[in-house]
Ligand binder design. Structure first.
Ligand SMILES: NC(=O)c1ccc[n+]([C@@H]2O[C@H](COP(=O)([O-])OP(=O)(O)OC[C@H]3O[C@@H](n4cnc5c(N)ncnc54)[C@H](OP(=O)(O)O)[C@@H]3O)[C@@H](O)[C@H]2O)c1
Length: 306
């Protein structure tokens, strides 16, 4: 059987590392992991090369040389505040680079799987289905929506967009943390956590998302897919659940409203996804939140009460 050739960008990030690990766990795919760093941060044996997706010549050369069947674009400026503060960089990575990748994928005949976010929505009517109307409330969301729209610019139909929500999980030497790791950190040190009780999400365990993306790679589908966890909760409830599952004292957790963080970038109040399309077409089957949190606890060596 011919193995699918998969090129991953942003492979040193949270999702990139999970995807490399998942794809390398079977013999069905040839994987080329790429990232900005000159070496991989993960310890899975896998071909690796440096690639900055904002350099069109480098993208063209690599895609021509490697000739992938599928490119999964995990490269992003994913921090909402950073996007607001460095708008040029955010636009270059989250929007313009997607156009470059789409152009080169069309030229070598590869399918492009683009990662996107619940933050393309305004959060007034979550949970959202794939055909809901985007209306981002911050610059991060605008750049990610522009990235999605870049796929439609060419006479190029071989793309899929995977939108996800509040990713959590572990990976090696991450350049930025994620909300669950931050919560575990604070709770384990008994430090106060102020967490909003008026923003709802469907948190997503990164390994479940990686599994869903592999299903998409293998089933040759195009179009938009929503992939997240199933449970809709507030960030405050998430912190309480982390404490409960991993056996931490919950008393440092203080619920606050979004207004409390006066200088924070606007965030959509209620997003979350309806994942029926991914469930029915791909067999996407994310684990329950408590199970995901227990697995993260095990990965970190934090024991949960029996
Ligand atoms: N994390 C979430 O909660 C969340 C929620 C919804 C959607 N998403 C989307 O899911 C995708 C994956 O997110 P993630 O959590 O894995 O993000 P992440 O951990 O921040 O990973 C993104 C990676 O992209 C890399 N990158 C940045 N600029 C690049 C460039 N010019 N060329 C190549 N690589 C570059 C980053 O490297 P550096 O560290 O060197 O900058 C980082 O390793 C993104 O599209 C994100 O928008 C994430």
């Amino acid at each position: 059987m011919l193995r699918t050739r998969v090129l991953i960008t942003g492979a040193n990030g949270l999702l990139g590392q999970a995807l490399v690990r998942r794809l390398s766990s079977t013999d069905d795919h040839d994987v080329l992991a790429t990232a900005r760093d000159d070496a991989p941060r993960f310890d899975v044996p896998c071909d690796y090369t440096q690639l900055d997706v904002t350099t069109p010549d480098a993208v063209e050369t690599l895609l021509t040389d490697y000739d992938p069947d599928v490119v999964v674009n995990c490269a992003a400026v994913s921090d909402v505040t950073e996007c607001d503060e460095d708008r040029n960089r955010a636009w270059a990575v989250n929007a313009r680079a997607v156009r470059t990748l789409a152009k080169q994928c069309r030229s070598v005949g590869a399918r492009l799987i683009q990662l996107s976010t619940d933050f393309v929505f305004n959060g007034k009517r979550g949970p959202y289905e794939e055909d809901a109307r985007p209306d981002p409330v911050n610059y991060y969301g605008r750049t990610k929506l522009a990235g999605e729209n870049a796929l439609r610019e060419f006479d190029f139909l071989d793309w899929a967009v995977v939108r996800t929500v509040l990713l959590y999980g572990t990976a090696k030497d991450l350049s930025r943390s994620n909300v669950v790791l931050w919560m575990i950190d604070r709770l384990s040190e008994g430090k106060p956590l102020r967490v909003v009780d008026d923003q709802w999400r469907t948190p997503t365990y990164v390994r479940d998302l990686a599994d869903g993306i592999v299903r998409l790679i293998d089933r040759d589908r195009t179009g938009i897919y929503h992939m997240s966890g199933r449970e809709m909760i507030t960030i405050h409830e998430l912190a309480r659940t982390v404490a409960d599952v991993l056996g931490f004292d919950p008393s440092p957790i203080e619920p606050v409203s979004s207004d409390y963080f006066e200088d924070a970038v606007d965030r959509p109040p209620k997003t979350g996804f309806i994942i029926l399309k991914a469930e029915t077409e791909l067999g996407y089957d994310p684990r329950p939140l408590r199970e995901g949190l227990r697995t993260v606890g095990k990965e970190l060596g934090v024991s949960s009460p029996s």
